[in-house]
Unconditional design. Structure first.
Lengths: 231, 231
DNA sequence: GACAGTCGGATCGTATACGATCCTTCGAAA
DNA sequence: TTTCGAAGGATCGTATACGATCCGACTGTC
């Protein structure tokens, strides 16, 4: 007789879930004994769960003090997104010669669903973020490199946990992003696009999120170099 | 009265060290109670250490069975190096406009030390690998993006742990790598190199390691496209 | 000889207990 | 009023204990 998940595993998933969708805020303290009582387990499996979250850079643990949900200042957030842009762009390059028609169709459906939200009520931010992440995930999963996918997922997790996009993504950026997605899908389908060019455009699409959050405006275009983050 | 490190922390470092430099082989079992006795602590901090190593993808833990040092098959190894090439190339691009003369000099010294090993006895493989990794680390640390650096370090760790380079790096590859390093340093110093070009060449340098291990030969050149891994 | 079933040792999983550390609070002296 | 220091509570850190699970070996049957 055994449950499917060990206690440590289910505790891990529960805490992680709460961090990612705002149940625990950035900076919030995670007290072992409190969580243990809350989830009806002893502190031991909770400690193990927190160690894993620490290794994933979702929480910070200070000896004899305890754990807190990580916060991201503006500079850290931009550096993280910059890495995500890099990985996403390359994953797209790999996807170009591997993606199936089914995956392309799925991505198109997700982007159409996103378009339906553009200009809509701002209180569906959670759904929009989930759709947007799923759109990208569908594409980079087609790139079929385990390490790229894991690192991308991990980066997205930390971005979600930071609540930066959830609280500061400008509403008008969504429409631009949807158009850029369409453009990327066109490039994928065409079959005649230089891989380097596809990678460059995909990277630029992600970097545009930084520019939008910085409030420098938003080109919504991939076909020219926007103010470069790195000359 | 307290020691500098908690037991869990020092256990973590000890195990990690052994995994990285071959004290524990890929595939080897890590038995909690044995390690605990060996390091003179109770099994509890050992479990925490193993959880962290699991989250770092250095070991795999199976419920009710135990932990093993991770193994990398050829395909996984190539995918990991491919990601490393991507990150390293971009870190170099960032470094181009940030690196100091001191860091450039340090990198040159490390590469000169590497050159001194080329053609030398093959039993100094450990030192060569350490120098090589340090050379790259000096450069991408200059890129000054915390996430790039952490992800690169983590990827190098897993590559070291796999023992693939330690056991299969062809001796002749070292001389080529040293020349490529020189070429990259020249590009960094010149100040007139297109950032995209620098990134491309740096990426290619890392990808050449895959080609060398595959045994397809080794161009030792960065100025033309070698048989592409991704068209 | 092949196979199923049972037993036992090895190992993991978690609860509990208790000492160690930190941080806040409160009070007394300057 | 400010500062120093002691006391107490909150919380962490680790050892120990013991039940649960897995796996290999042994035995008996066909």
């Amino acid at each position: 007789m055994s449950s499917l998940l060990s206690k440590h595993e289910s505790v891990y998933r529960t805490i992680r879930e709460r961090i990612l969708n705002g149940g625990y805020e950035p900076g919030e303290r995670l007290v072992l004994s409190t969580i243990a009582r809350d989830l009806d387990v002893s502190p031991v499996p909770v400690r193990e769960a927190i160690r894993r979250l620490e290794a994933e850079d979702l929480v910070t643990f200070e000896r004899n003090v305890g754990a807190r949900v990580n916060t991201l200042d503006d500079e850290a957030w931009e550096q993280l997104v910059e890495m995500l842009a890099l990985l996403d762009g390359y994953a797209m390059r790999r996807a170009q010669c591997r993606i199936t028609l089914a995956a392309l169709g799925e991505a198109q459906r997700l982007n159409d669903a996103l378009r339906a939200h553009a200009g809509g009520p701002a209180d569906q931010h959670g759904e929009v973020m989930a759709l947007h992440r799923l759109f990208h995930r569908t594409l980079y999963a087609a790139g079929d490199n385990r390490y790229l996918i894991e690192t991308l997922d991990s980066a997205w997790d930390r971005i979600d946990a930071s609540r930066v996009l959830a609280s500061r993504w400008p509403a008008h950026r969504l429409a631009s992003a949807v158009n850029e997605h369409d453009e990327l899908l066109r490039m994928l389908r065409s079959g005649h696009v230089d891989p380097s060019e596809l990678e460059r455009c995909t990277r630029q699409h992600s970097l545009n999120a930084i520019i939008a959050i910085r409030g420098r405006g938003d080109t919504g275009r991939l076909d020219r170099v926007v103010p470069a983050l790195n000359p």
